[in-house]
Design a protein around this ligand. Structure first.
Ligand code: SF4
Ligand code: SF4
Length: 117
């Protein structure tokens, strides 16, 4: 990610961990730009990934392409949800450490209007 950009995240989202640390579902990477799965299967080339999903109870973001890909991939039947989700989980290296190295600056306390992508 080369250019600075504003992203909006839930105020209860965890802070982004260090690069390489366990992913905590902060959502920063997916709010900043789509991953290869989103580019290939959702045809989304920029902006906040539309499969990024906030889970209120867990207070973290999750990948909708892992949990319910049939909501996003039009031709994918509901009965393939689990199988496709396992596939997408392997493609995004779910469970691996944080692989997003961008520098984060919190501007929420700067008196600026709520950021939008
Ligand atoms: S990979 Fe990193 S930036 Fe992306 S959700 Fe996980 S912890 Fe956050
Ligand atoms: S497909 Fe999943 S991992 Fe990839 S950018 Fe979207 S929400 Fe994030």
């Amino acid at each position: 990610m080369d250019e600075p950009r504003l992203i909006a995240l839930d105020s209860n989202a965890p802070a982004k961990p260090e690069y390489g640390a366990t992913c905590n579902g902060c959502g920063v990477c997916c709010a900043a730009e789509p991953c290869p799965v989103a580019r290939v299967f959702l045809w989304q080339l920029r902006g906040r990934c539309r499969a990024l999903s906030w889970q209120e109870e867990a207070r973290r973001y999750v990948c909708g392409m892992v949990l319910y890909p049939d909501r996003y991939v039009t031709l994918l039947p509901r009965c393939w949800r689990m199988r496709a989700g396992v596939f997408f989980a392997s493609r995004i290296a779910a469970g691996a450490g944080c692989d997003f190295s961008a520098e984060i600056e919190d501007v929420s306390a700067c008196g600026e209007p709520p950021p939008h992508i």
